[in-house]
Design a binder for this molecule. Structure first.
Ligand SMILES: [Ca+2]
Length: 266
């Protein structure tokens, strides 16, 4: 499964690697266009994750994980027990849709579809489909700051949507070192920042929602062992437990989900 053309991927990976190299060579000279610093992570705990779940959306609510999975014919939304990884509730999505980002708002769940141009809206409790909204372009990641839904679409844009009308309130362009950063995938709003998996990298960008500027990166290299990595797809999925101040990450078809802490962060 590929989302965009190869040259675009190379550009993004190059940007991330370049940012890594520049950080290593960081000098004391203050440069307004310097790329954001990259911090490492520490694993607090590892939990089981459904090896067949092509994770596209992830968040933590009511003491549980909520996950949206993708692929045509295999897309679902599910409520998952953190400790065991057991699926407690599952709703299969119409096979013509490719599920993407998933976020809660009020008593509803909102889900993007990759190229179907539809935002699907479900009842949170029953997971019954209630309605759908149309949007332009592709649907990738989705989160909320508690006031609006925030959506990525594969470009450097983050759209801020009214959760009632689904109208675009405004759009922010994400940049690192003054260069636009595209391929923003799964999202999570964490303590005033938007965290974004950058597709096909092992980096999470921490973005200022107002300016779109990347404040810092979190490198998640080495989460899976080479053996665990076999048959998996990319890192994707960030969830935040606000009460417990816990951050969870996983990936598409990954056997594990991790609670992580950022090391060396401000
Ligand atoms: Ca998320």
């Amino acid at each position: 499964m590929s989302k965009t053309a190869y040259p675009e991927r190379v550009r993004v990976l190059t940007a991330f690697l370049l940012a890594s190299a520049l950080t290593l060579a960081q000098t004391k000279v203050v440069n307004k266009s310097a790329p954001a610093p990259i911090f490492k992570h520490r694993v607090v705990k590892a939990y089981p994750h459904d090896r067949t779940a092509f994770t596209q959306g992830l968040f933590f609510m009511d003491g549980q994980l909520w996950e949206g999975t993708g692929l045509e014919g295999r897309s679902s939304i599910r409520r998952v027990e953190l400790v065991t990884g057991k699926v407690l509730q599952n709703h299969a999505i119409d096979t013509k849709y490719f599920g993407e980002g998933l976020a809660p708002f009020g008593d509803q769940l909102f889900e993007l579809t990759w190229k179907n141009g539809l935002m699907l809206v479900y009842d949170k409790t029953t997971m019954a489909l209630q309605k759908a909204f149309r949007y332009n372009g592709e649907g990738w990641g989705l989160t909320t700051d508690g006031k609006q839904l925030i959506m990525s679409d594969g470009t450097s844009a983050l759209r801020f949507l009214d959760p009632v009308t689904m109208n675009i309130d405004h759009t922010v362009r994400v940049t690192d070192g003054g260069i636009e950063l595209s391929q923003l995938n799964e999202l999570e709003y964490i303590k005033g920042e938007i965290w974004a998996n950058v597709w096909q990298t092992e980096g999470i960008a921490r973005i200022d929602p107002k300016t779109g500027k990347v404040n810092s990166w979190v490198s998640l290299k080495g989460l899976l062992s080479p053996l665990e990595r076999q048959g998996t797809d990319v890192l994707n999925g960030i969830a935040y437990d606000a009460k417990g101040d816990r951050i969870f990450v996983t990936g598409k078809l990954w056997p594990k989900l991790f609670e992580i802490k950022v090391v060396g962060s401000k």
